[in-house]
Design a protein around this ligand. Structure first.
Ligand SMILES: O=C(O)CCC(=O)C(=O)O
Ligand SMILES: [Fe+2]
Length: 461
């Protein structure tokens, strides 16, 4: 059978584009400076009973800093599930949380409130943050840490915080990258405020944001890192609704739902998520839980769907012809969405199709038939209209090969799509027309959905 032509309906495409345009860019970080009094700047460190003490790091002598640098271990990094020492990738000294103590008082510094205001509530979320002390890093001349993401240590880990102790150095910018955007923070420029008072600069970012420490050219760059965990959670902080542009997406959705020519028989909208999410590889229900800890604009999308009572289900996308967890899936360009975390250890398909395997084993939805199985009538193809097409982040192989700051253990970043179900026009008045009642609850069960047969193909965007 000839390949069916893709249903490229320019009017529909234009409508989907209005939704995409309303998903505004958000920053993956918050940054600033906090005042530092001399009582914040004492550092104790050591690996034996005789800990050393630097009274005021800002005034430390060269000997004191040399002694600190000598006490550090060479920092490793995580390549998949191994901790690797490779000074062409990461060259720095490190002490772990049991080997140093700083008098800097994070809890009273105001940084946690900044995280709340700038990273959490702006997405329509509300949760408290627990910060766990992680490492002290000492970068002397020639030290650096190449591009990586921070290894998630739990499902609830969302952020990484770096503070810099005010010791002079040159170079060593912290670069953050998000798609085609890059920000570089030179902490050494921020050790004093305009009035000349000592300050501590910080950057807090979603841990899956690619970042890099550029080479230090002089002096010592001394940072303390913390892992940030989400503690209690609830949707919809009213504060966020007052933010500019916050409702753009809701309005765009409402306009489409009120338009009777927009998917009159209902359908599925696909959104490749912008961020990656840690989930427990051994918890098959882990995927559903990510709705509780989305970040930035992903959280805003789910919040908006919740407001409109649209059903949202997280899925993983597998495509044929990709390596996944070291396995090579067959060619044939099929694609499948599954709504649970598969056991990749068990999944070995020598000559078959990954999409068919996942469809069968995990009740996946084939969104594009493998060429070799095209005539197989047993499988329906589900049409997904991609608002934000699956991208590099949405591919599972990206999730299973990771440069992290520590070896991955039980948690992996997953690349997740949200599939939003649009009810047929007139069937769900709350969803389809702004001021009507809505009959169906926004259930998040794992039942297979009944879907229309319609050929489809994910598009890259
Ligand atoms: O020292 C820094 O600025 C960041 C260190 C880092 O990225 C890490 O420890 O994972
Ligand atoms: Fe890092």
């Amino acid at each position: 059978m000839a390949r069916r032509a893709q249903t490229n309906d320019p009017i529909l495409e234009a409508k989907l584009a209005t939704l995409k345009a309303a998903i505004t860019k958000t920053q993956p970080f918050a940054s600033g400076i906090v005042p530092a009094s001399t009582s914040d700047l004492t550092l104790f460190y050591g690996k034996d009973k005789n800990a050393r003490r630097i009274e005021n790091i800002a005034e430390a002598t060269a000997e004191e800093i040399a002694d600190l640098a000598a006490a550090c271990d060479p920092a490793k990094f995580g390549l998949n599930d191994q901790n690797v020492l490779d000074e062409s990738y990461r060259k720095a000294g490190q002490l772990n949380a049991s080997q140093f103590c700083s008098t800097f008082d994070l809890r009273n510094s105001g940084i946690i409130e900044k995280v709340r205001d700038e990273l959490i509530t702006q997405s329509g979320l509300k949760y408290t943050t627990r910060a766990e002390l992680y490492n002290l890093n000492v970068y002397g001349p020639g030290s650096f840490f190449k591009a990586h993401k921070d290894t998630p240590r739990a499902e609830s880990m969302f952020g990484s915080l770096v503070i810099a102790l005010p010791y002079p150095h040159e170079g060593g910018g912290l670069a953050l990258r998000d798609d085609d955007r890059e920000w570089v923070f030179n902490f050494a420029d921020d050790f004093k405020d305009e009035a000349g008072n000592l300050t501590i600069p910080y950057v807090v970012f979603y841990s899956d944001t690619e970042h890099e420490v550029l080479p230090v050219t002089a002096g010592y760059r001394i940072t303390i890192t913390y892992n940030l965990y989400r503690e209690s959670y609830s949707l919809g902080d009213p504060v966020s609704n007052t933010l500019e542009n916050f409702n753009d997406l809701e309005v765009a959705f409402e306009n489409l739902l009120a338009d009777k020519t927009f998917l009159p028989d209902g359908g599925h909208l696909g959104f490749g998520l912008h961020y990656q999410y840690p989930f427990d590889k051994n918890d098959k229900d882990a995927l559903k839980k990510i709705l509780n800890y989305l970040k930035g604009k992903d959280a805003k999308l789910s919040y908006t769907c919740d407001q409109l009572e649209l059903k949202v289900v997280p899925h993983l996308l597998f495509q044929d012809g990709l390596t996944t967890g070291g396995l090579w899936w067959s060619n044939g360009s099929g694609a499948v969405l599954i709504d649970r975390v598969p056991n990749l250890q068990k999944a070995y398909i020598e000559n078959g199709s990954a999409s068919y395997y996942f469809a069968e084993q995990y009740k996946g939805k084939i969104i594009k038939k493998n060429r070799d199985y095209e005539d197989d009538p047993s499988t329906e193809e589900v049409k997904v209209h991609w608002v934000v097409g699956p991208n590099a982040r949405t591919k599972m192989d990206a999730a299973y090969t990771v440069y992290g700051n520590e070896a991955a253990t039980a948690f992996n970043y997953g690349c997740v799509c949200l599939i939003v179900t649009v009810p047929p026009y007139g069937q769900s008045p709350r969803a389809r027309a702004v001021d009507a009642e809505r009959p169906v609850a926004n259930e998040k069960d794992d039942e297979q959905e009944k879907v229309a047969v319609d050929p489809g193909e994910p598009s890259n965007s």
